[in-house]
Write a protein that binds this ligand. Structure first.
Ligand code: NOJ
Length: 519
């Protein structure tokens, strides 16, 4: 494959461009009250684990009051903490503890829909003449009866339109029927959601991860979609031009010139150019959740294509900023997706933490966890995503720092992969992540340098990062056989197997091994 042209980064950067984000899923991180469900005091008790790791920013998934039909992405009160997680005082204590350790906090903001238990929706249904009616999206039945359009919802693959029997009208829900979509073309909805953002900014958050942000601007003329689009209709129909003005106003509110805050947009798309376009002229989202990186297989050519595509799509360094993610609460963990091998999981960590852009780690990725096996009949999530949401094992002994009855089973080999076990082992996956995060922090090239893919004919993906006179070379062997890479020379900064740091590179990579070199 041909090398890409190097791109230079020259300006001073806001904190989030050199940051590594760490996602905390409150239900599964740590359990302070022993009820088997994670909570905010649990997170507070583990902030030193987060600080020791060396990440810069925590993204916390929803902890708001919710009936939990979509595990908190169905919010019934945006400004209250669900009692299962704790109180506002617990939240304030967590913000303080993170800030004391120099770690920022961004929280999930779910603008597209609310819970059907939210007072806004309850009022809209119970009184069709109320002002709240138009806060949601209503349509009359199709001419022959039934749902107005042929769109299907996520999770159920059934109609995205639910009948409100009392009025005879249908309301739109791109996700569960219990998650009615808000009508962002009504300025009162935008104003109310801006108030929610202000509420959390006033409590000290450093930004937001914004759920399905591409869905808030909807085509004002809904219509049926061709048969072949069913099931993904909402994805196709929601990338509408009305979204960007709404997003720009969110960015201006959250990240005004006098402070630096982060706005991560969850943009549901497999198209890198479309993803990057949500950064606008530097006035849209700061960066996006990268749906392409999370879907890329363990394959040299696919990774080459991804990185080359990202460098093209994000070539405008002033307006756009790349981001990469391999695991989150919606997808199988990277180790599980890549076949379960620890060597691969380690090399994937090298990739994630050395490509150009802001990486996002998912809790437990630093332990090399795999997805839990969920016994049939005990599933919790309507979207089949329980496996990656399993509790984090803190101690070697069961129940691994949790109450006896955890809400989901632990991932495989929980004791051996627990934080306690790995902390004591200088060659553990946890130790590797710490080395990588420290190496990244120590290198302007890795944090913000240009990226040049190096031309090769073997199974090795290699790239050079440069900033000023700082330079690093990264090489990852995707093959099943050892690879000779004697053309790449330098001192080993970090090797995926945890060995050899500070020594000259041997010029050989084992199967699924990776190395960061200082030439
Ligand atoms: C994306 C979130 O990450 C996912 O967990 C949720 O189910 C949907 N958006 C709907 O809010």
């Amino acid at each position: 494959m041909a090398p890409t042209q190097p791109t230079e980064t020259t300006h001073d950067l806001p904190w989030w461009k050199t940051a590594v984000v760490y996602q905390v899923y409150p239900r599964s991180f740590a359990d302070a009250d022993g009820d088997g469900v994670g909570d905010l005091p649990g997170i507070l008790s583990k902030v030193d684990h987060i600080a020791d790791l060396g990440v810069d920013c925590v993204w916390m998934s929803p902890f708001y009051e919710s009936p939990m039909r979509d595990n908190g992405y169905d919010v019934s009160d945006h400004c209250a903490i669900d009692p299962v997680f704790g109180t506002l005082e617990d939240f304030d204590a967590l913000v303080e503890a993170l800030h004391e350790r120099g770690i920022r906090l961004i929280v999930d903001f779910v603008p597209n829909h609310v819970s059907s238990d939210h007072p806004w929706f309850v009022e809209a249904v119970s009184d069709p003449d109320s002002e709240r009616r138009d806060w949601f999206i209503w349509a009359d039945p199709a001419p022959g009866g039934g749902p107005p359009f042929n769109w299907t919802a996520s999770f159920t693959e059934e109609s995205a339109w639910e009948l409100d029997e009392a009025s005879g009208q249908y309301y739109l829900h791109l996700f569960l029927p219990e998650q009615p979509d808000l009508n962002w073309s009504n300025p009162a909805v935008e104003a109310a959601q801006h108030d929610v953002l202000r509420f959390w900014l006033d409590r000290g958050v450093d930004g937001f991860r914004i759920d399905v942000i591409n869905a808030i601007g909807k085509d004002p003329e809904p219509r049926d979609v061709p048969e072949r689009m069913e099931g993904i209709a909402h994805v196709v129909l929601t990338h509408h031009e009305t979204a960007m003005p709404l997003i720009r106003r969110i960015r201006a509110l959250v990240d005004p010139p006098e402070v630096e805050r982060l706005v991560v947009g969850e943009v549901v798309t497999g198209d890198l150019e479309q993803q990057a376009s949500y950064c606008g002229d530097g006035d849209g989202v700061s960066c996006t959740v990268n749906f392409v990186s999370i879907g890329t297989k363990w394959d040299r050519d696919q990774w080459h294509l991804l990185i080359a595509g990202m460098e093209d799509a994000y070539a405008d360094h002033d307006a756009t900023w790349p981001s990469y993610v391999l695991s989150n609460h919606d997808n199988p963990r990277q180790r599980t997706r890549y076949g379960g091998s620890e060597a691969r999981a380690r090399s994937a960590a090298v990739l994630l933490l050395t490509v150009r852009g802001t990486p996002s780690l998912y809790q437990g990725e630093e332990l090399g966890l795999e997805d839990a096996v969920i016994p049939a009949g005990t599933e919790v999530d309507p979207g089949g995503r329980d496996g990656c949401r399993a509790p984090i094992p803190w101690t070697i002994e069961a129940p691994h720092g949790w109450g006896e009855d955890t809400w989901l089973p632990f991932p495989p080999d929980a004791g051996a992969r627990s934080v306690e076990a790995q902390r004591a082992d200088s060659t553990s996956v946890l130790a590797l992540y710490k080395q990588l995060l420290a190496a990244r922090k120590a290198s302007p090239a890795l944090q913000q340098g240009s990226l040049e893919l190096l031309a090769r004919t073997d199974d090795v993906l290699a790239y050079r990062r440069i900033h000023g006179d700082d330079e690093r070379i990264v090489a990852v062997n995707f093959g099943d056989a050892p690879a000779d890479v004697t053309d790449l020379a330098g001192t080993v900064v970090v090797a995926s197997n945890g060995l050899g740091a500070g020594r000259p590179f041997s010029g050989r990579l084992g199967p699924d091994e990776a190395v960061v070199l200082q030439p």
